[in-house]
Design a protein around this ligand. Structure first.
Ligand SMILES: [Zn+2]
Length: 329
């Protein structure tokens, strides 16, 4: 009787173990160990020219609070031209210092968001140098180095000679180029969102957020598929975001979408340790694009099936009246 019961228990436990092992194996197959690094461009704010120093400080402090709460490492890429507004320079520099005070890292995104493709090599290089003065000083105060560079508009050169010369210049100045593999155009969602926010159009804010989160989810699925096609596994992704009100208000919801896909957040250095980032890359073009695209085009097999950006957001963005000098991505 006793031994029979023992036998039953044992069998039940063995079955349970089998079921658990099976479930773990299934989960492993269905859910790879997904990792993503977050990068945030256009600091201290995409729209800095049209914001007060106080608004910029408030936006950055809310964005940083969300990153900290979510335990998400991030590198913020700076356009120092946005610091120079008479009477506000100190406040604007403090908004950058907050990043370092909170344990985040800053990188260079050129002084005036200069496109290598549009400005040419010499002007680009000068803008890189002009763009590192305050940031390098702030980093040194925090015993950190300025070590990352992000190309404005992701424009990496329209011919290979220029591209390679620019890269050699950046490396000589101590930079590692920060690629992008996931880009859900939050700068455009963000522009329309900020306009809706100013007008108090909360219904539009909601619609934009919903669409933005869905589009980001779709872009991750696309990046995962391309990764597997290119390297046979899901590489450590690098997501491009921008310093705007959309992220400052909703970054936690974005993080939830990304976590739901099975991701954990890593820092940029960890992401760059993925061997994929040393794949051959001879991409050149008028238009900047992400690195999955670079690698696919380099192989002579341009990526197919890029998710279509919602036309209604483009239409809304066009409808916003803004000065000709309005900021771009
Ligand atoms: Zn930018």
């Amino acid at each position: 009787m006793r031994s029979e019961k023992f036998g039953q228990d044992y069998r039940r436990r063995s079955m349970l173990v089998c079921v658990l092992v099976g479930a773990t194996a299934l989960r492993t197959v269905a859910q790879p160990d997904r990792q993503v690094a977050i990068t945030i461009d256009d600091l201290p704010a995409g729209n800095a020219k049209f914001m007060s120093g106080a608004e910029i400080a408030d936006m950055n402090s809310r964005l940083l609070a969300k990153l900290r709460e979510q335990r998400i490492p991030a590198v913020g890429f700076v356009n120092e031209s946005k610091l120079y507004k008479l009477g506000e320079v100190d406040e604007r520099i403090k908004a950058l210092a907050m990043w370092l005070d909170s344990g985040f890292e800053l990188g260079n995104h050129t002084f005036a968001h200069t496109s290598l493709n549009q400005a040419g090599l010499k002007a680009f290089e000068e803008d890189v140098i002009q763009g590192e003065v305050v940031t390098r000083w702030l980093a040194a105060q925090h015993k950190m180095k300025l070590r990352y560079f992000r190309h404005p508009y992701l424009d990496t050169g329209r011919d290979l000679e220029t591209r390679r010369e620019a890269e050699a210049f950046l490396i000589a100045r101590g930079y590692r180029i920060a690629p992008v593999t996931v880009d859900a155009w939050d700068w455009m969602y963000g522009r329309v969102y900020e306009d809706a926010r100013e007008r108090g159009n909360t219904a539009l804010e909601k619609d934009l957020l919903k669409d933005y989160l869905e589009y980001t989810d779709t872009m991750f699925a696309y990046a995962e598929r391309l990764s597997k096609e290119l390297v046979g596994y899901e590489l450590k992704q690098i997501l491009l975001l921008h310093a705007n009100q959309l992220e400052a208000d909703h970054l936690h919801e974005l993080a939830a979408v990304i976590r739901r896909r099975g991701y954990r957040f890593i820092n940029l250095a960890e992401a760059l340790s993925d061997q994929a980032y040393s794949l051959p890359d001879t991409y050149i073009g008028e238009e900047g694009t992400d690195w999955l695209d670079h690698w696919a085009i380099t192989r002579g097999k341009p990526a197919q099936g890029h998710p279509v950006f919602p036309a209604w957001v483009i239409e809304r963005d066009k409808a916003i009246s803004r000065p000709a000098s309005a900021p771009a991505p």
